[in-house]
Structure formats: structure tokens, C-alpha cells
Design a protein around this ligand. Structure first.
Ligand SMILES: [Zn+2]
Length: 314
């Protein structure tokens, strides 16, 4: 375990450890498979990233925290799997929203969540021009503004601020979360969902979309609970998604791949390019085809991709 210099982007503590080193050239190779052009220039001379953990709050993050420019998102959005209109967490989150509530959503996309809730006072912030256009045509109040700028003009203006699958993309987490906090009334609710780092996702090899420049932070339940104390909230509810149909094969592949890694006496890694990788990957895919039917029943399913936390501002 290597101690690192620097401060945690969430709690500010100077108590970091290095979990693993990731080569930018490996990331570049894998991102190309998703149709993303050379990401080298984004990393401005860094040849590797340190996957780090804060010993105090438990945040895991990639150091330096280099985030993706609009062009990377445009290239990823070309895949139809990139945006789901139906996020599993929407059904859970909507239960906390009353008709009279003033609601702000950061990273509103095309306004899919707005259409599910009954409030007339909805504001969405979004960067994608295409998404804003589609949302506006459907009558949803969405515009392009940073939460940090919105917070200046909307202090204590909202009963609920929510953001689904957004926080893991954000580099300046502390500033982002403080801006959200400023927008909320006392006793207002912050509802967030992120990919859970307490699930199979942490063992998924070559999952570069869970790494920079796409995702820059990993969140466990422990860290999400610590976040409440850091920012002056209390946790009022937590929901883990049960493994979704679309992730069943990925889950079993990850399980089999990890088993093979351990059987062969190898060390688990975020990126694998070894000769053994193709062999392990192929066996995992074949194995998953046989095992997947046994996870058809929902009671057989483990925790899935996302976790949603609901917080109340003190
Ligand atoms: Zn920390």
C-alpha cells in the first residue's frame, strides 16, 4: 500500500493511498473500441493515473481527475445503449417528491424523470444541446447552466435536488455538492444515484467506461454515508438496484473471470492485456451463456449496477 501526497477531492483530508496504477495508453486502446478518438490529448502529458482511496471518507478516485469534454460524450451517445429513458432509480426517487415541491435535476438529459413526476415546478440543467432540444419540444423546462452558476441565483430555492448517474462524471465533487446544498431549503432532499462500488462492478475488468475520462470517482455505501456528515445532511433512505436483465451476463462473466484470475494465482487488475486475458475472457463468455438461465428468477439475483441515496439537509 503506497501513501500518496495530495488531498481528497471530497473531504479534503491528506490521507490517500494508491490502489493501482492505470496506463493512459491502455485506456486509449479500450476507448477506441467504443468509437472514442484518441483520448491522449485529454490527459495532457500524463502517461498514467493513480487509482486512489481516501482513508478518511472512503472515496475512490482516479488521480489526476481528468474528465471528458463534450466530444467524448457525443461519440458515446452515438450508441443506442448509452441513454436509458427508464432508469431503475426513477421509480424509487419519485416517491419522495410531492406535487407542490420545487424540483431541480442536474444532468436532466431529455427530461425523462420530469415526465414521471407530478410537480409543476421542475427545472432541469443539462449540457447536451440535442437533449435540451428534445426535452423542450416535450414541454420540459431544461436549460444549459452549471450547477455552480445556478446556485448563485437559486439559493435555498428548492425542496428537492436530484441527479442520477452524474456525480461519478464530476471532477470538482466538493464544489458540485456544495452548490447542490446551497440550492436546497433546510429539510430539503438531495437524491442521487451512482454506479455502486460495493457490487460486481468493482471486479469488472477492462470496464473503461467506469474509468477516466468518463467516470472519475467510485462510490461505496460507506463513502456515500460519510458524505452526509461532510455536507450537513442525514441519510433517510438507500436503495440498491437488483441486478437488471441487461447486466446478468456481465455479472456472471465478471464472476467467472475473477474465479479464473484467482485460480491461476494472478493479481486482480482494472485493466488486463496479458496473454491469459483472452483465454479467461472467452471462457467467461461461454460459461455465462450456460449459467445465465439460472438467474432468470429475480430472487436469485445479487445487487445490480446502481445505488440511490436520499438525504435530508439539516
Ligand atoms: Zn476523503
Amino acid at each position: 500500500m503506497i501513501e500518496l501526497q495530495g488531498n481528497c477531492p471530497l473531504c479534503g483530508a491528506n490521507d490517500l493511498i494508491e490502489l493501482e496504477k492505470v496506463l493512459v495508453s491502455d485506456l486509449d486502446d479500450k476507448y477506441k473500441k467504443y468509437g472514442v478518438d484518441s483520448i491522449f490529448r485529454i490527459f495532457a502529458g500524463h502517461s498514467n493515473l493513480l487509482f486512489s482511496e481516501c482513508k478518511l471518507c472512503g472515496l475512490k478516485f482516479f488521480n489526476p481527475m481528468v474528465t471528458a469534454p463534450e466530444s467524448v460524450y457525443e461519440q458515446l451517445q452515438a450508441h443506442d445503449w448509452y441513454y436509458f429513458d427508464e432508469k431503475a432509480e426513477f421509480e424509487f426517487a419519485r416517491r419522495f417528491i410531492k406535487e407542490a415541491d420545487r424540483v431541480l435535476e442536474v444532468g436532466a438529459g431529455k427530461g425523462a424523470f420530469a415526465k414521471l413526476i407530478s410537480t409543476k415546478h421542475y427545472t432541469g440543467l443539462e449540457f447536451s444541446k440535442t437533449a435540451i432540444e428534445i426535452g423542450k419540444r416535450a414541454g420540459v423546462n431544461i436549460f444549459n447552466q452549471l450547477i455552480e452558476d445556478h446556485a448563485i441565483e437559486a439559493k435555498s430555492a428548492y425542496d428537492v435536488v436530484c441527479f442520477f448517474q452524474v456525480l461519478e462524471h464530476v471532477g470538482n465533487v466538493r464544489e458540485f455538492l456544495e452548490s447542490v446544498t446551497a440550492c436546497l431549503k433546510t429539510n430539503g432532499l438531495m437524491i442521487l444515484s451512482v454506479p455502486s462500488a460495493d457490487t460486481f462492478l468493482q471486479n469488472k475488468v477492462n470496464a473503461v467506461l467506469n474509468m477516466p475520462p468518463h467516470h472519475v470517482t467510485w462510490w461505496t455505501d460507506a463513502c456515500l454515508s460519510n458524505l452526509a456528515d461532510i455536507l450537513g445532511f442525514e441519510v433517510i433512505d438507500i436503495q440498491h438496484e437488483i441486478l437488471a436483465d441487461v447486466h446478468v451476463n456481465s455479472y456472471i462473466e465478471t464472476l467467472l473471470y475473477s474465479s479464473l484470475t484467482s485460480l491461476m494465482g494472478q493479481t486482480k487488475a482494472l485493466i488486463e492485456t496479458s496473454l491469459f486475458h483472452k483465454f479467461k475472457y472467452l471462457l467467461s463468455i461461454i460459461g455465462a451463456k450456460f449459467i445465465a438461465p439460472s438467474l432468470r428468477e429475480r430472487y436469485m439475483r445479487p445487487l445490480g449496477h446502481s445505488v440511490t441515496f436520499v438525504y435530508r439537509k439539516r
